[in-house]
Ligand binder design. Structure first.
Ligand SMILES: NC(=O)c1ccc[n+]([C@@H]2O[C@H](COP(=O)([O-])OP(=O)(O)OC[C@H]3O[C@@H](n4cnc5c(N)ncnc54)[C@H](O)[C@@H]3O)[C@@H](O)[C@H]2O)c1
Length: 278
């Protein structure tokens, strides 16, 4: 069977669970070979093994994307172990909410580090690869498009009370998208953002449901969660499509930005929100 992404190599961060895992399933199921990253080595391994059991070529590199050398390590591993790099999905992330009067510098910086600086370092590390491949392909008369999908949020566009750190970072990544679309057009790299609204994952699981954790464990950090079912239901009432999305629906939007049919789309922020008011 031929897949729409046969021959492509995709790097996906935060791929152990949630939206990242669904993206891995979708891109891998479409023929891409995968390099997966997550901070949680255990869930990453489990995801990698499940994908392999389904016949997908998947490698993994566990670790913190905010580590200064992680960009170079991820790009190097993709090229060395899978023979190239065609798709980068900057997905790893979490939230650490608070109203501005109570927000520490550490809390603000943590959001910029994970949602903005980590993607910057990964993309900087990939720049020589993209440039060199484009040069070789131009010489041989081939036009090959590569894809960057930066995961953003409706919060980066419309804001959200209690998320000034997250909003700043998710707005910032859209600036990265717009700029690299201009820098990398000549290398035929499509650079787009996908901005999600409410996707049902561990990040948005209300604390008052039986299987939900009352805190988000991110490495050494335990971040208290406050979101309750009534809050989620209130958001859902404002969504045109009437509910939050599944991770698989979210992955579908990322997949669209990886297809050859999106080769002439760049610098775009695709809203995958079900029509959330901004
Ligand atoms: N769920 C939503 O409603 C929603 C809405 C808008 C945007 N987003 C964005 O989508 C992305 C995925 O979120 P999700 O809902 O799937 O969350 P999730 O918690 O289910 O999964 C995120 C994954 O990222 C990993 N991760 C966190 N910090 C990391 C680090 N420093 N290095 C490597 N991996 C790390 C986690 O271990 C986890 O497996 C995030 O960027 C998030 O901001 C989510």
């Amino acid at each position: 069977m031929t897949g729409t992404l046969d021959g492509k190599v995709a790097l996906i961060t935060g791929a152990g669970r949630g939206i990242g895992r669904a993206i891995a399933e979708k891109l891998g199921g479409s023929g891409a070979r995968l390099l997966l990253n997550d901070l949680d080595a255990g869930v990453l391994e489990e995801t990698r093994d499940a994908l392999r059991a389904g016949g997908i070529r998947a490698e993994s590199l566990a670790g913190d994307v905010t580590a200064p050398d992680m960009g170079d390590r991820l790009v190097g591993t993709a090229v060395d172990t899978l023979g190239g790099l065609d798709i980068i999905v900057n997905n790893a992330g979490y939230t650490w909410d608070g109203i501005i009067g109570k927000m520490s510098d550490e809390q603000f910086d943590a959001m910029l580090d994970i949602h903005l600086k980590a993607p910057f370092r990964i993309l900087r590390a990939a720049a020589p690869w993209f440039r060199e491949q484009a040069k070789l392909e131009t010489q041989s008369g081939h036009e090959v498009f590569r894809k960057v999908v930066n995961i953003s949020s409706a919060v980066g566009i419309g804001g959200n009370a209690g998320q000034v750190n997250y909003a700043a970072a998710k707005a910032g990544i859209n600036g990265v998208t717009a700029t690299l679309a201009k820098e990398w057009g000549r290398y035929r790299v499509n650079v787009n953002s996908v901005a999600f609204g409410l996707i049902r994952t561990r990040l948005t699981a209300p604390v008052d449901t039986p299987d939900a954790d009352s805190s988000l464990q991110v490495g050494e950090r335990s971040i208290a969660k406050a979101v309750r079912t009534e809050h989620i239901e209130a958001i859902e009432r404002t969504i045109s499509l009437g509910r939050g999305a599944t991770p698989e629906e979210a992955a579908g939007a990322v997949y669209l930005m990886c297809l050859p049919e999106s080769d002439y789309i760049t610098g775009h922020v695709l809203l995958c929100t079900g029509g959330i008011p901004l």
